[in-house]
Ligand binder design. Structure first.
Ligand SMILES: [Zn+2]
Length: 122
């Protein structure tokens, strides 16, 4: 069973992990309880390369308090080369360089006990 806790523990080490449905082959990230395609619970973990391109992005200028000092920053939906998409925060790429199709690479964003998904230059 691949849980969100497992997903973030692996992400913290720099490894993105998706899940593939044994019944229908659907790939999902982050892990979900049931396959959205066939409704089964037959996930197997799949390591992902962490490489992809920006599918869409939004610049956050007014951030939640915890991130206020870092605004403005961008969050992007990244289409991974395995075909699934994942939302993450963009780091180390100037906002004016952001573009649909820009290659990026997964990077864990670690703050104390919390790990979140980030994407930096490919
Ligand atoms: Zn399925």
């Amino acid at each position: 069973m691949v849980t969100l806790r497992h997903f973030f523990a692996r992400a913290r080490e720099g490894q993105l992990t998706g899940v593939r449905c044994e019944k229908c082959g659907e790939l999902a990230i982050p892990p979900k309880a049931l396959c959205p395609a066939c409704g089964e619970r037959a996930w197997q973990p799949v390591p992902l390369a962490g490489e992809g391109t920006i599918a869409s992005f939004t610049v956050i200028r007014v951030a939640p308090r915890a991130w206020a000092a870092e605004a403005p920053y961008a969050v992007a939906v990244v289409k991974l080369k395995e075909g699934v998409s994942l939302l993450g925060r963009v780091v180390d790429i100037p906002l004016e360089k952001l573009a649909i199709g820009l290659p990026v690479r997964f990077r864990p964003l670690i703050r104390d006990e919390q790990t979140s998904v980030g994407f930096g230059p490919a």
